[in-house]
Design a protein around this ligand. Structure first.
Ligand code: PLP
Length: 277
């Protein structure tokens, strides 16, 4: 398995960084996850735009142009299977541990490729658990500092659930590593973009497919109480696509089966992926 590290392609086992790397010491870095279908990076420009926004927020210069990124990442793709690029940039390795930004320190740039393994429960649906959102105030930044997300996800796993749905001031924000959609009173809803959610690329694709195909949809916040009345709930992300939720807080969502809007959207999404091949 070949990975990219600071200009070199090398076996994963040989890719090493210093213990003084600020990613390791402080979680001082950002990342991206870009899926690839049929050998093509999916919505590459949108992922690059989000990468640029994340870098700007943490005041780290982008080490490469979009063209350079494409040239760096493409050789990591293996054939035409479904796979994803994980890409991380940290503020590099400074001579000593100090919170302030180091001077004249190049960033650490790392990328690797992994197969997308479809979730076994994809078509039958998953269980989720809701809980208060304990994350920070820059959730629109794809920061590698994921401790709160990890604790949320593990709390869900401990309860035999696939995802934690996070609730802030009684409104649903998103999942620990996914965006959330709900069909409430016949309308497909997802919270609007803000600093409280990561602007998911999958989320944007779904909204566009809904609009183009006459599925009523709204970018509007909904409360936990409203979620409990939903006829469908989905979680979405680049590596899991669109997953129907059939149980929320130990209560069945509608009849406990993936709903008709999910079936329709999943079909539209698969057709859209094919169309880009
Ligand atoms: N929200 C969070 C917190 C995430 O970590 C992710 C992705 O892993 C998403 C949303 C979904 O984003 P995308 O569809 O771009 O993968």
């Amino acid at each position: 398995n070949t990975v990219y590290l600071n200009g070199d392609y090398l076996p994963l086992s040989e890719a090493k960084i210093s213990v003084l790397d600020r990613g390791f010491l402080f979680g001082d870095g950002i990342y991206e996850v870009i899926p690839s279908y049929f050998g093509r990076l999916f919505h590459f420009q949108e992922h690059m735009e989000r990468l640029e926004n994340s870098l700007a927020t943490i005041r780290l210069a982008n080490p490469h142009t979009r063209e350079q990124w494409l040239a760096i990442l493409t050789p990591l793709l293996i054939g035409t299977q479904d796979q994803y690029i994980y890409l991380q940039i940290t503020r590099g390795t400074a001579p000593k541990r100090d919170h302030g930004f180091p001077e004249n320190t190049p960033p650490t740039v790392f990328a690797m490729c992994s197969p997308i393994v479809p979730m076994a429960e994809r078509d039958s649906g998953v269980k989720v658990l809701t809980m208060p959102d304990s994350r920070w105030k820059l959730c629109n930044t794809k920061a590698i500092t994921l401790l709160a997300n990890i604790l949320h996800r593990q709390e869900a796993i401990d309860q035999n659930c696939a995802e934690a749905l996070l609730v802030k001031d009684s409104y649903v924000t998103e999942g620990a590593a996914s965006n959330v959609f709900a069909v409430i009173d016949g309308v497909l809803m997802t919270p609007p973009k803000s600093s409280e959610i990561l602007p998911g690329i999958t989320r944007d694709v779904i909204l566009e497919l809904a609009q183009k195909n006459g599925i009523p949809c709204k970018e509007e916040s909904f409360s936990l109480a409203a979620l409990q009345t939903a006829s469908e709930i989905w979680i979405t992300s680049s590596t899991r696509e669109i997953i129907p939720v059939v149980e929320c807080d130990e209560k069945a969502v509608a009849d406990g089966k993936p709903g008709p809007v999910w079936h329709k959207m999943n079909q539209l999404f698969q057709t859209y992926k094919q169309s880009l091949a």
